[in-house]
Design a protein around this ligand. Structure first.
Ligand SMILES: Nc1ncnc2c1ncn2[C@@H]1O[C@H](COP(=O)(O)OP(=O)(O)OP(=O)(O)O)[C@@H](O)[C@H]1O
Ligand SMILES: [Mg+2]
Length: 610
């Protein structure tokens, strides 16, 4: 590393400010420097919450004798040479301010040696004054001793809080930094007592375990999302583990901790209705984005970050956490104790529990669409619902004239037989609103409207992603007058609506004609008018500019619309089909908006009733 003095113009671009506010700031700056120097082991030694001594020892690159003096000059940095470099910062430091600021308000001794040099150097500064330089024997790397912080600024020294508060701040900074680099060893001691001794960890999860304990790790679900402007990885606490007290809320961008009330809100929004008010879940969120997309230079301590596209980051984070919560609940079989189990995909571990014990394998057909042949009449062979199932190339050989409705092929017959027997035996509708079924651990209760929401959502999303069209049900055409201004909304969204399975045609200047609706939507004539106005509302809402978010939002809104208007489930066959489709869906436990779809009344809970 070559040290340079920043040209004045760049220096001015960098906001000057109060870098050292309290002992924790010194710990943070020295630890960040050590990481920037490529250290694999960083030791932090504290006495009296940092008032008396803060020592940070690393095994990084170390400095030459010249650099060991120069580094205490303001704007001495090896990390930035040109204005463009500011756009591509990947190191923690870049201002060349921290050491100068620390040396201005404390007594500082640095012992350092580069790997190549045989002898190291020791330099001493106090109140910005260079006091001494001498040759010393010292391990390669840096050893910073910061003594009597604020000794020359009595007002600041008085301003410090109690030792326990100041040490809590130190511990916080230490934790944030240790989380960003699981592969680096860290230790922290206070007044001669080891607080943390962290070995290099295999993964972030191990580091969280070592830092915060098994209880915290055990409650986490994985977060993962990738969009054109950022990638988001990390963990969030299961809703039921959210706490009244704050703590363990971590946001990082490009490996750097930052504070953001705005993005905190995105996470909290994903938990909406899932956690009691006034509680906060833990989260560890790592955002990666091209350095040009962020400005980390807006606060002296670099803990605030400005994203060029902050609302897109908000939406991506929101969606990522929400999705994780859906998957997380079903993946609660995650066992941290078993090192083998950790790398396995965690989804679907408890899935078999939800499969009714008597279900035949034919009952779980992932390609099966419950709306493709929703029976409307009694369940007799040749009932209306059966017509479609057999549709295929061989269909032409079946004679017309009503005969096609008769089930004459073996596999259809078998299928029908299974459906009838199994549906009667294991899935029953209750009040048209619920399905119940015996499961291994008790009685499973499925919320019909939400189940439909999930099935619609998967179907709509798939159709949009594949550029295909969903199947639809034809109606006796219904004309709805919407007004000329609203008509343009329909015209502009014609492709989207067609892909979801709507068959709408413009009529005159202010009317739409509804010829068909997505399969599974209610076909009751009285409801069409309301539906058209609901569609209008959905289409007029604020849209996300991010195509993948937009597809998900549309799929969700239309899923809610279709499910809210659909008819109650009355027959066991219909119940069975809905149930199977739910089980084959992406997430049978939660809707895309995180609402619970199924619940299990355990045998133990039943026992209590008697
Ligand atoms: N532990 C270390 N090992 C090796 N070199 C270091 C170490 N700490 C500091 N340096 C050198 O000293 C320079 C000045 O450090 P300082 O923290 O003051 O500035 P910076 O890290 O470049 O920027 P910032 O003020 O944003 O932290 C660094 O750029 C680096 O070259
Ligand atoms: Mg620095």
């Amino acid at each position: 590393m070559e040290l340079r003095i920043l040209p004045g113009n760049i220096a001015n671009m960098i906001a000057a400010g109060e870098v050292v506010q309290r002992p924790a700031s010194v710990v943070k700056e020295l630890m960040e420097n050590a990481l920037d120097a490529g250290a694999g082991d960083i030791k932090v030694v504290i006495t009296d919450a940092g008032r008396t001594l803060i020592q940070v020892i690393d095994d990084g690159s170390g400095m030459t004798p010249d650099d060991a003096v120069l580094c205490f000059e303001r704007h001495a940095t090896s990390k930035i040479a040109t204005a463009e470099d500011l756009q591509h910062i990947l190191t923690f430091g870049f201002r060349g301010e921290a050491l100068a600021s620390i040396a201005a308000v404390a007594e500082v001794t640095l012992r350092t040696r580069t790997r190549e040099a045989e002898l190291g150097v020791e330099v001493e500064f106090a109140a910005s004054e260079h006091l001494a330089t001498r040759e010393v024997q010292t391990p390669s790397g840096c050893n910073f001793l910061v003594r009597n912080l604020f000794y020359n600024v009595p007002a600041r020294r008085k301003f410090l809080k109690s030792d326990s508060v100041e040490f809590k701040h130190i511990l916080e900074e230490f934790t944030r930094i240790a989380l960003t680099r699981p592969e680096v060893a860290f230790s922290l001691s206070h007044n001669g007592k080891d607080i943390h001794v962290l070995r290099p960890a295999k993964s972030l999860k191990f580091r969280i375990n070592d830092l915060l304990g098994k209880a915290v790790v055990g409650e986490l679900v994985d977060i993962s999302a990738e969009t054109s402007i950022c990638s988001i990885q990390g963990f969030a606490g299961r809703p039921e583990t959210s706490k009244k007290t704050l703590g363990n809320q971590f946001l990082f961008v490009n490996g750097r901790y930052f504070r953001s009330p705005y993005l905190h809100k995105a996470v909290m929004k994903a938990y909406e209705n899932l956690i009691p008010e006034g509680t906060t879940p833990s989260y560890f969120i790592f955002i990666e984005t091209p350095p040009g997309e962020i400005d980390v230079n807006i606060s002296p301590t670099k803990t605030e970050v400005k994203f060029a596209e902050d609302s897109l980051v908000f939406q991506t984070l929101f969606a990522a956490v929400k999705e994780a919560l859906g998957y997380g609940a079903i993946a609660s079989g995650l066992e941290f104790d078993n090192p083998e189990a950790r790398d396995l995909p965690v989804i679907g571990r408890r899935f078999e529990e939800y499969t009714p014990s008597v279900i035949p394998s034919a009952g779980l057909d992932p390609a099966y669409d419950p709306f493709a042949n929703m029976p409307s009449g009694p369940e007799i062979p040749g009932g209306a619902g059966w017509e479609r199932k057999g549709a295929g190339p061989d269909r032409a050989s079946v004679p017309d004239g009503g005969y096609a409705h008769m089930v004459d092929r073996k596999e259809d017959y078998g299928r029908l037989f299974d459906d009838r027997t199994v549906s009667v035996a294991s899935v029953m509708p209750v009040h048209g609103k619920y399905l119940v079924s015996a499961s291994r651990s008790g009685l499973m209760i499925v919320h019909v409207r939400r189940a439909r929401e999930r099935i619609f959502f998967d179907r709509f999303l798939k159709a949009q992603a594949a550029g295909g069209h969903c199947t639809q049900t034809a109606l006796f055409p219904v004309q709805v007058q919407v007004g000329a201004a609203n008509r343009t909304v329909f015209d502009e969204n014609a492709d989207l609506l067609a892909s979801l399975g709507f068959d709408l045609a413009p009529f005159g200047t202010d009317t739409v004609v509804v010829n068909g609706v997505p399969e599974g939507y209610s076909t009751e004539p009285g409801k069409v008018d309301v539906m058209v106005h609901d569609i209008l509302l959905i289409l007029s809402e604020n849209r996300s500019a991010l195509p993948e978010m937009m597809a998900a939002t549309m799929a969700e809104r239309f899923a809610v619309l279709g499910a809210s208007g659909s008819d109650p489930v009355t027959s066991p066959l219909e119940a069975r089909r809905l149930f199977d489709a739910l089980m084959a869906s992406e997430n049978p436990e939660f809707t895309s908006s995180g609402k619970r779809i199924l619940s299990i009344l355990t045998a133990a809970e039943m026992d209590k009733r008697f």
